[in-house]
Design a protein around this ligand. Structure first.
Ligand code: ZN
Length: 317
């Protein structure tokens, strides 16, 4: 079994204090409703593939958790560019559909009705595009955090996407499914682990273990972007100058483009996460690669340009 990046338990997870502060904000998140996806979702072609970004709704998070060590004024200025902050960040959630020949490939399945009331809209929005959950043939998990995997079950033992084959990085599977996982993290995170174990166990019979470098189908390759979680992956999609479905390797399109070295409160292995952020941005700026971020303002598609010794996000038009 592959273990690309053994996590150092002493470096795993934000502090209990930070997490409790975050969850108190999450618990009081406003109960507004996300409008149905009436309009056609953002879509583009990438080589032989058709890409659709289908929203799962929004999440509200404390800005302080996004980049806990950032100078507050600098963080505030970067958040203002996207109309966010200073106290809270309303983050998009952008699961992605790839039409590849006869396959309908879904990258992450959102959080279902288990996380925040403003999220869990994926199935409704997929149906709005004419895609029924039963027609999804392949489901790729970028990682096993709640907003990416908790939509797996729509009821006890009932898969939301019943006909899909589930692609999971073996390093991510091993991390969350370790029998002693609860001893490695503060109690405040135990729900994350229990949720990951519940959903990974639910797809066990339909799961394919993968590793960086593997192809999901020809032209869609698994890219190692560990750090956010020990087995976090992105996807490289061939065609033109390439597309990278970044997932949570870069969780904010102004903050971490300008400061890929800043620690994110949600990254498990901080040094590795920062290293992979920089590498991904440097490559994307050089190659003019199209990027798609899970939490970037919908649809989360654009490019990286070099700016002031770092980078800036240029949204696709
Ligand atoms: Zn996420």
């Amino acid at each position: 079994m592959r273990t690309a990046h053994e996590p150092d338990p002493s470096k795993i997870f934000i502090s209990r204090r930070q997490f409790l502060a975050a969850t108190s904000v999450l618990a009081s998140a406003p109960l507004w409703s996300w409008p149905a996806f009436a309009a056609t979702p953002y879509t583009f072609s990438q080589g032989d593939f058709e890409i659709l970004v289908v929203s799962d709704g929004e999440l509200t998070l404390p800005a302080s958790l996004l980049a806990p060590d950032a100078p507050p004024e600098e963080l505030k200025a970067l958040l203002e560019i996207t109309g966010q902050g200073p106290e809270q960040v309303t983050a998009a959630t952008n699961p992605t559909v790839i039409r590849a020949g006869d396959d309908i490939i879904l990258v992450d399945n959102g959080s279902g009705n288990k996380f925040q009331p403003t999220a869990g809209k994926l199935v409704e929005n997929l149906k709005g595009t004419g895609i029924e959950p039963e027609s999804v043939t392949k489901l790729v998990f970028s990682h096993a955090h709640p907003d990416h995997i908790w939509g797996t079950l729509k009821g006890d033992g009932i898969l939301t996407f019943p006909n899909a084959t589930y692609y999971v990085n073996s390093a991510e599977w091993d991390f969350w499914m370790a029998p002693d996982i609860l001893t490695k993290m503060p109690q405040a995170f135990h729900d994350f682990a229990r949720g990951a174990q519940r959903d990974l166990a639910a797809v066990k019979e339909r799961a394919v273990m993968m590793k960086p470098g593997d192809d999901i189908v020809t032209g869609i390759k698994v890219l190692d972007t560990a750090g956010h979680t020990p087995g976090h992956i992105s996807l490289e999609v061939a065609g033109e100058d390439g597309l990278i479905i970044v997932a949570d390797a870069i969780t904010h399109q102004t903050v971490f483009f300008a400061h890929p070295e800043w620690r994110s409160g949600f990254d498990v292995i901080h040094d590795l996460a920062a290293q992979n952020k920089k590498a991904l941005l440097e490559r994307a700026a050089t190659d003019k690669t199209r990027l798609l971020g899970f939490h970037w303002t919908y649809p989360g598609v654009g490019h990286a340009e070099r700016k002031d010794g770092a980078y800036r996000f240029v949204a696709a038009t």
